[in-house]
Design a protein around this ligand. Structure first.
Ligand code: NAD
Length: 419
């Protein structure tokens, strides 16, 4: 595999699913190429008067099943290669849960923690205008991802609305509820991680009350996953963010930790303390003697060098692409279960779809309705993936990718290649 290429990793996963499916090589060729890649320069007048130019991307992998859908990431390590991989995974994610979207992703190479609030706002607005030619409520709908939030989505929605001269609610999802966002969207990805974990435990005849959990990443996905798994009875013994890892063998005070992050600098756990909570090395979190490990930070966190040290029997991928193919082989050879990202963290895009539907109709659902519909989608998608995996002796990733690729392939074949 091409060293360090995340897209090569995504292609490898596609190729192995295609092989198992005996997919038509013509269709595979189409699926191997993103439909559109846009790279933009994003100049921003900084607070000190300097002009800084940031590089941004928006990639649309496939629109075969519907408008493209995918988050926007602000991170210093964003590359076109990474955005391409994330866009492809979005296509599979929307297909595995059977919602009528294709896949896209966007990103700006910037460390937003080093920018002022005004600089981030200007960066977001300028990036939005730069990608406006290819986004739209019926072509490509952005959402939050790493280091972006409902606030960022508000800036995007406002920018598009100002330029169009009318309120465009359905241009983004993950908006604040006050701006037409959906109840339950903020928690949706973590809630989906929780539902997937419970479905797996049920299949393995294990009760949540007897399970210990470690979570890497304490942002949107990690913190909500930790909180909801704890509420379901699991003992969350370790969590981490860029500031370090925090450990308490009889269970961390997750609610207090979330409250702390609501007001801490850059929403980090840095400086958090409570009785019985100790700080451990970030890498140690992966090696803890826990039952469930939820990587919810970035790609390639579980790799050849640490996979062998993982004791958890289940890895539920809150993040996108946290496990390299080499690491997954080590884990599955040891009989461990990896609930793949495209299924495990699909809760976010499922409720984004609900939000889009509500925005188009300007008719809003109760939080209970949102959560019940999310549960229905995740439970049935998990069952489809699990059953296929059992039947064909596939890994959960192989089964999920096969289901997804087959659905997209069928759409491509039914439409034919234009003209
Ligand atoms: P976020 O910015 O809210 O949180 C990211 C967290 O990861 C932060 O706590 C950060 O400190 C931590 N982190 C980063 N590097 C780390 C490291 N090396 N060790 C420990 N912690 C580290 O982002 P998010 O929205 O929670 O996204 C996390 C992952 O989930 C990403 O892979 C993203 O693509 C994926 N995802 C997000 C959503 C969503 O709805 N937000 C949906 C699906 C998938």
């Amino acid at each position: 595999m091409e060293q360090n290429s995340v897209f090569a990793m995504a292609l490898e996963q596609l190729n192995s699913a295609a092989k198992l499916l005996k997919l038509d090589p013509n269709t595979l060729r189409v699926l191997s190429h993103p439909e559109r890649e846009l790279t933009v320069a994003v100049p921003v007048v900084m607070d000190d008067g300097r002009i800084e130019v940031f590089e941004g991307h928006r990639v649309q992998h496939s629109s075969a099943r519907g408008p493209c859908k995918g988050g926007i990431r602000f991170h210093q390590d964003v590359t076109l290669d990474e955005v391409k991989a994330l866009a492809m995974w979005m296509t599979w994610k929307c297909a595995v849960v059977n919602i009528p979207y294709g896949g896209a992703k966007g990103g700006v190479r910037v460390d937003p923690t080093k920018l002022s609030k005004r600089e981030v706002r200007h960066l977001t607005r300028r990036y939005t205008v730069a990608i406006m030619p290819i986004i739209g409520p019926h072509s490509d709908i952005p959402a939050p991802d790493v280091n972006t939030s409902s606030e960022t989505m508000g800036y995007i929605m406002d920018t598009v609305s100002m330029i169009k001269g009318r309120t465009v609610l359905d241009i983004v999802t993950g908006k604040a509820v006050d701006l037409g966002g959906s109840l339950g969207r903020r928690e949706a990805t973590g809630r989906g991680v929780m539902f997937n974990t419970l479905e797996l435990l049920k299949r393995l005849n294990k009760s949540p009350e007897k399970c210990t959990v470690a979570v890497q990443g304490f942002g949107n996905v990690g913190s909500v996953s930790a909180d909801l798994l704890q509420k379901e009875g699991c003992k969350v013994v370790a969590v981490s963010d860029v500031s370090g890892a925090y450990y308490k063998p009889d269970g961390l005070p997750i609610a207090d930790m979330i409250e702390y992050c609501n007001t801490s600098k850059n929403h980090l756990l840095e400086g958090f303390s409570a009785p019985g909570v100790s700080k451990i090395n970030k890498d140690e979190l992966f090696e803890l003697d826990v039952d469930v490990l939820v990587p919810a930070a970035l790609e390639k966190q579980i790799h050849e060098k640490n996979a062998d040290k993982i004791k958890a029997f289940a890895i539920v991928e809150g993040a996108n692409g946290p496990t390299t193919p080499e690491a997954e082989k080590i884990l599955t050879d040891k009989g461990k279960y990896v609930v793949p990202d495209i299924l495990a963290n699909s809760g976010g895009v499922v409720v984004s779809y609900f939000e889009w539907v509500q925005s188009i109709q300007s008719f809003f659902w109760s939080e209970d309705e949102v959560n019940a519909n999310l549960k229905r989608v995740i439970v049935s998608s998990f069952a489809n993936v699990w059953d296929l995996a059992q039947k064909g002796k596939y890994t959960l990733r192989e089964a999920a990718t096969m289901l997804a690729v087959q659905r997209v392939a069928k759409a491509i074949e039914a439409r034919g290649i234009w003209p």
